[in-house]
Design a protein around this ligand. Structure first.
Ligand code: GDP
Ligand code: GDP
Length: 455
């Protein structure tokens, strides 16, 4: 029917967005009436393409594609932020805060002629907590004679105030220059789409599971070594490897190849190395070997990958050594010890024979796609509405916590925020998380469900 067709279209839009690199995100925030919308319109001029419209009763957050000096960025227009907002205003303020969480830099717009109000100071305090680059735009400075009005704004401790007139366009160029300088090339906090370049893969696993054998098998003869930082003595050397007609960037492979972990033998350094690789990667392949029982170190490494918030694939190596009895025990070990990663796709391989090495790329793609999955707000709330109607939160001392609204502020990995009237019990939260996984496909990605209690 129509509704289903609409959802499909929405879904296809989402997928399409996933294909292109994500430009960095700039959030515009400030009190109502300081001129945020006017500034946004000035910046995007005719480029009115709305890339994301978070539905809500009021204007919550709207994103636009902006361009300045040949660089693309996503501009997020937020509703007005007020310190002690109530009701609908409060939701708008929360949305603004979420926009800040997702942004790579923030423009705080003030009325340059009014100066900083108590509300502005509260915003500054909130922004300081977020530790994002902040640019101060003193708007409504329509003439050169008014420039001196902005000097007191230095006192906010946010650096140089940029006098602008959103109405006339003066000063916005300098502001954008500074904003783009403050931002990375691509979105770092769950922009709408993935970063550019080959996908970054961390191949991790305890010594002797077959990491370097697998790399050799996958890379074949076309090994392309990428030296990130020329002249460094440490070894952040990556390799470009083609799998399934796509190039992948395996990070920190120098460590695997040099086998220094064998020489130093310290599990502690191996863990540090692993953490560094995970930090650089988008997806982790945790390699396990099936010829021996899963060890504590194996379990710990899987946990590290899960905790890193990366997409995850579990690969079971040395399958050429597998027999019936071992298989029986392996399945029990997996059930008992790796339940916390039961959502990760599993690939059985043999680095020695090359068996199933072509299964790796599809698993990587699945995990990454789900890691970047965004559930449209409307769909998310429809799902929750039905779920809560069928399975309400248990009543405790005469009270029943209610879920007012949910949103997915970010991806990579998917993060959900539930606005509730009171804390939800851990069991009920787990129930919601499980149902989210069952309803939407999150194979291969951790997901996070947060709550915000609103009085
Ligand atoms: P928002 O609520 O922060 O989005 O503010 P708006 O963009 O809706 O602007 C609020 C009012 O300020 C409108 O009447 C604008 O025309 C006016 N305004 C915005 N920018 C300027 C400016 O640079 N100079 C002057 N004089 N007025 C401005
Ligand atoms: P790493 O320490 O994780 O890099 O492991 P290596 O690649 O050095 O492999 C450790 C040992 O396991 C070597 O003797 C390899 O030949 C052997 N090995 C690796 N992969 C396989 C496999 O798929 N099957 C079998 N039978 N042996 C393997």
């Amino acid at each position: 029917d129509d509704d289903a067709a609409l959802l499909d279209l929405e879904y296809e839009d989402e997928l399409e967005r996933k294909q292109t690199p994500a430009p960095p995100v700039l959030a515009i925030i400030g009190r109502p009436n300081v001129g945020k919308s006017t500034l946004v319109n000035r910046i995007i001029r005719s480029r009115q393409a709305v890339v994301e419209d978070v539905p809500g009763v009021t204007r919550d957050r709207v994103s636009y594609l902006g361009e300045w000096n040949g660089k693309d960025f996503t501009l997020v227009d937020t509703g007005g932020w007020e310190a002690d907002a109530k009701g609908m205003q409060k939701r708008v303020a929360e949305q603004a805060e979420i926009a800040v969480d997702e942004a790579d830099a923030v423009v705080l717009v003030l009325d340059g002629l009014v100066g900083a109000t108590a509300v502005d100071e509260a915003v500054v305090k909130m922004l300081r907590r977020k530790k994002k680059p902040v640019l101060l735009a003193a708007n409504k400075v329509d003439s050169a004679a008014q420039m001196t009005e902005v000097y007191p704004l230095w006192n906010l401790g946010l650096g140089e105030p940029y006098p602008v007139s959103a109405l006339h366009g003066s000063g916005t160029g300098d502001l954008l220059d500074a904003a783009l300088q403050a931002m990375p090339e691509t979105a770092q906090y769950g922009g709408l789409t993935p970063t550019g370049g080959p996908r970054r893969v961390a191949l991790v696993g305890r010594p002797n599971v077959g990491k370097s054998s697998l790399l050799n098998k996958l890379a074949g003869s076309d090994r392309v070594v990428v030296d990130e930082v020329a002249g460094t003595t440490r070894d952040p050397v990556d390799e470009l490897i083609t799998l399934g007609e796509e190039q992948w960037r395996f990070v920190d492979t120098a460590g695997i190849r040099r086998r220094t972990h064998m020489a130093s033998g310290s599990e502690y350094y191996a863990m540090l190395r692993t953490q560094r690789a995970l930090d650089k990667a988008e997806v982790a392949v945790v390699l396990l070997a099936v010829d021996e029982p899963l060890s504590e170190q194996d379990v710990r490494l899987v946990q590290m990958a899960v905790d890193s918030g990366r997409a995850v694939v579990l690969a079971y190596n040395k399958w050429d050594l597998m027999d019936g009895e071992r298989r029986y025990y392996l399945e029990r070990e997996i059930e008992r010890d790796l339940g916390h990663a039961s959502w990760a796709p599993r690939v059985n391989v043999s680095a020695r024979t090359g068996w199933h090495k072509d299964k790796l790329a599809p698993a990587l793609r699945t995990s990454l796609a789900n890691w970047e999955q965004r559930i449209p707000t409307g769909r998310l709330n429809a799902f929750l509405g039905e779920l809560v109607a069928a399975h309400p939160h248990p009543v405790r001392s005469g009270k029943q916590p209610r879920i007012l609204f949910a949103t997915q502020p970010s991806t990579r990995p998917p993060k959900f925020v539930l606005f509730t009237t009171a804390f939800l019990e851990p069991g009920y939260r787990r129930f919601i998380t499980r149902r989210l996984r069952e309803t939407f496909d999150f194979t291969g990605t951790p997901i996070e469900v947060q709550m915000r209690v609103r009085e």
